[in-house]
Design a protein around this ligand. Structure first.
Ligand code: FE2
Length: 361
């Protein structure tokens, strides 16, 4: 990147959920996140509770409402449990705001200064797809211990080996993908990474189109999906129907040892999508030599894909909430820079089996 970065990395992802305590408990016990901080009536915040969870460089915040007329309650009623805020760390909020404003596509909100126990945090909000937002957070005058209004907590949990966020995927309406790609590129200075065409990502029944934007040497990676017409309902359309708007479909969490991580997550109770045994019969032909034992991958349902740079291993969880909307991907990269184009078909067939069981195919 020639100019200095205006956005550093994903700071945190905040979810609005029906019960923050239960989401936090699940991420702690089943996924190995530490409880880093808590905010609620006990810390002087009257209308909500939030749990900040941390593993590696991944920061997740689970927030729920205490009053029925809260906008958080509205969000949960409309969308179910889901991602509200993909917060981005910026080196200098005034410069980033100015830069975004000048580009004339995205309107950042007023810069707010929030005083806390650890200094001054500066923040501005820009809208994204659906009810999703990006809080731009400047921590240059803030000791990054815990956010304002939060109390540090030290509940440590055995890590499952998750290190960082690899990418965060948004689902948008049919024919809206290009305008959202443009929003990030023209509006925020992102670059397009790869394109898939319709034919690449389709099964007998349903299909999608996907484009990927990135910033700061892939510190921030946002694939954007839209539904495409197939014989039956696209899984992206199913998402849109249940979420009632565009929103975050999945977050890919990176590990250095996917076999160890997935074995651990399964033992702790995380449920993953099933991959048929026959996928592994021809795997070696598709991906060539890999370090991992294919029998082990088959046992865990882990998918493998190769591109010109190397290969990657990945697996997808079942939806995390009650609606068939948000889920996680666990990914390990061994050189590959892509997102698993070759495994999309296997993934789709898995998702469609679940979709059919819900009577939505
Ligand atoms: Fe992904």
């Amino acid at each position: 990147m020639s100019e200095q970065p205006y956005f550093d990395t994903v700071n945190a992802v905040e979810y609005y959920v029906g019960s923050a305590r239960q989401w936090a408990f699940f991420h702690q016990k089943a996924m190995g996140f530490n409880l880093k901080a808590y905010s609620g009536p006990e810390t002087g915040v009257r209308d909500r509770v939030s749990y900040l969870m941390e593993q590696g460089n991944i920061n997740l915040v689970f927030t729920s409402f205490l009053n029925h007329d809260s906008p958080i309650a509205e969000h949960v009623k409309l969308h179910g449990d889901g991602v509200r805020d993909i917060s981005l760390k910026v080196p200098n909020i005034d410069e980033t705001s100015e830069y975004v404003k000048k580009r004339g596509v995205v309107k950042p909100g007023k810069v707010e200064t929030i005083k806390g126990d650890f200094g001054r945090m500066k923040k501005s909000v820009i809208p994204a797809y659906g009810d999703t937002i990006h809080s731009l957070v400047d921590l240059s005058e803030y000791d990054d211990k815990v956010p304002p209004g939060f109390e540090p907590s030290n509940i440590r949990e055995k890590s499952s080996g998750l290190k960082r966020i690899d990418h965060i995927v948004g689902n948008v309406e049919d024919r809206k993908m290009d305008s959202w790609v443009d929003y990030y590129i023209r509006g925020m200075g992102f670059e397009q990474l790869v394109t898939f065409d319709d034919k690449d990502i389709s099964t007998e029944y349903s299909s999608l189109r996907s484009k990927v934007v990135q910033y700061n040497d892939r510190s921030i990676v946002f694939p954007i999906n839209e539904p495409a017409l197939g014989l039956k309902k696209s899984q992206i359309q199913e998402y849109l129907d249940y979420y009632n708007s565009p929103g975050v479909q999945h977050i890919a969490l990176e590990t250095d040892n996917i076999i160890k991580t997935v074995t651990d997550l399964k033992q702790r109770g995380v449920e993953f999508l099933y991959t048929p045994a026959k996928y592994y019969d021809t795997l070696a032909e598709h991906v060539g030599n890999i370090d991992e034992d294919i029998e082990k991958l088959k046992e865990l349902y882990i998918l493998v894909d190769r591109d010109e740079y190397g290969y990657l291993l990945q697996i997808f969880t079942k939806p995390m909430g009650d609606r068939p909307t948000f889920f996680y991907e666990i990914i390990q990269r061994k050189g590959a820079r892509s997102f698993g184009k070759g495994t999309f078909k296997a993934l789709f067939e898995s998702i469609e089996r679940e979709q059919a069981r819900r009577g939505n195919l």
